[in-house]
Ligand binder design. Structure first.
Ligand code: ADP
Length: 409
């Protein structure tokens, strides 16, 4: 095993422009230190290669390896910027360096430097992972090949680092989401009991002492009862919301028509009271959690009934296959939603009206969003020609999907 440090020769600077494949090789420092591993049995060739690089401004040092064992030991024990490998040594084929590098999971640029190499072989080596092939009688090309190899390596390192950072950020986000979910669940779950006490006892106070103290006291009691009841409702909604995120999705072949009918059954009283008409056209069979999908339809239909205008609520449900998705639409003839609120009404507890105008806590749409996104889809509002609102959501298609017709008032 031979160790060498080349003498520093006066650097000859050459201007380097971007290579044919667009890599800016000038980005590689001109007179940078270069630690090389040479797979070479001929000391004269070693010297020539070093000299060529030095003349071009590289400050080179490194080692020589002549067998697979030597090579493996070297790359395991030291850091090399570059490998120059002759592909045909008497005791070893230099190109096996590529296999060893791969096995050792090391990304060190490798240039084949050899006396003769057919074009086909050269392409083959580059396909296997060599950066370039340089003929020994054309060594003047070596510095450009080296710069290009180093520039490519730098790009690979940058990309790897960006990918690692991204993966880390995604993992952090997932962890913090899980923690938030856990927090919301535990907080809303554990707050229920003390809240129940407060609500019960303020209720008791109200029953016992309303009208027995002065008017001011009655007002305070009413405020307390109202506040406690409202907080109970909010906590229960928060718990509902966080349960949706914790529940397993039990994906099954689900007929949307059956699911819509189930949702309508649950809304029977509101439908009868309002005289709402629900119509649909060709609802598909999808892969989804039927109970969760029913919840989505129920929330959307309930809103369409609740936020009706002067006319009898008319709700239309449609579906359409687009690429890999089913797009489902629930539209109504109600009061409509201002365009500027098309995004924020999906946020938990966001409402556009007071509770006096319309009942509710602002949880329904956030639950829809969570369910749809957990199914791999998205939900949004779209403009429609007639007054009212038009909600759309996607679900990934199931190859066995088919549409059925129906209508019910
Ligand atoms: P809630 O119905 O309890 O207010 P949601 O999360 O279901 O909560 O809805 C949030 C808000 O979005 C509602 O308060 C309402 O302002 C608006 N909204 C939802 N659906 C409709 C609809 N079909 N028509 C008009 N406004 C709607």
């Amino acid at each position: 095993m031979e160790v060498f440090t080349a003498e520093i020769l006066s650097p000859v600077r050459s201007s380097v422009s971007p290579s044919a494949d667009g890599i800016d090789v000038s980005a590689v420092e001109h007179a940078r230190r270069l630690r090389l591993l040479l797979v070479e049995d001929n000391p004269a060739d070693v010297e020539l290669e070093l000299l060529t690089l030095q003349k071009d401004g590289f400050d080179v040092s490194g080692d020589v390896a002549q067998t697979a064992e030597e090579f493996t030991t070297r790359i395991r024990s030291a850091h090399y910027d570059l490998i120059l490998a002759d592909y045909n040594l008497p005791q070893w084929r230099g190109t096996e360096t590529l296999e060893i590098l791969c096995r050792e999971n090391l990304d060190i640029p490798l240039i084949i430097v050899t006396g003769y190499l057919g074009e086909e072989k050269a392409v083959d080596y580059i396909k296997q992972g060599a950066t370039d092939c340089v003929l020994k009688d054309r060594l003047a090309r070596l510095p450009v090949a080296v710069r290009r190899a180093l520039a490519e390596k730098r790009l690979r390192d940058q990309r790897r680092q960006t990918e690692e950072e991204l993966a880390q950020k995604v993992a952090e986000l997932a962890r913090s989401n899980a923690e938030l979910e856990q927090f919301a669940y535990v907080a809303s779950h554990d707050l229920q009991e003390p809240l129940r006490m407060i609500a019960n006892y303020t209720q008791l106070l109200a029953e016992r002492y309303r009208g027995k103290l002065d008017a001011q006291a009655d007002k305070y009691i009413d405020y307390s009862v109202g506040g406690a009841t409202r907080m109970q409702a909010l906590i229960q909604d928060l718990l509902k919301f966080s349960r949706v995120g914790r529940q397993e999705i039990e994906r099954r072949t689900t007929d949307c028509r059956v699911v819509v009918e189930q949702a309508m059954k649950n809304l029977q009283a509101a439908i009868q009271e309002s005289g709402a008409v629900v119509k649909w056209n060709g609802l598909p069979v999808v892969m989804a959690d039927p109970a969760q999908l029913a919840q989505v339809f129920q929330n959307l239909i309930a809103n369409a009934i609740k936020f009706h205008g002067p006319q009898t609520p008319l709700i239309q449900i449609d579906s359409e296959k687009k690429g890999d998705d089913w797009v489902l639409t629930v539209s109504d003839n109600g009061i409509g939603i201002p365009t500027e609120n098309w995004l924020d009404i999906f946020v938990i507890f966001r409402r556009l009206h007071t509770r006096v105008e319309y009942s509710g806590n602002g949880i329904g749409l956030s639950i829809c969003k969570k369910i749809i996104e957990r199914h791999g889809g998205k939900i949004w509002i779209e403009a429609q020609p007639n007054p009212g609102s038009c909600f759309k959501f996607t679900l990934p298609t199931d190859p066995g999907s088919h549409a059925v017709q129906g209508a019910q008032a």
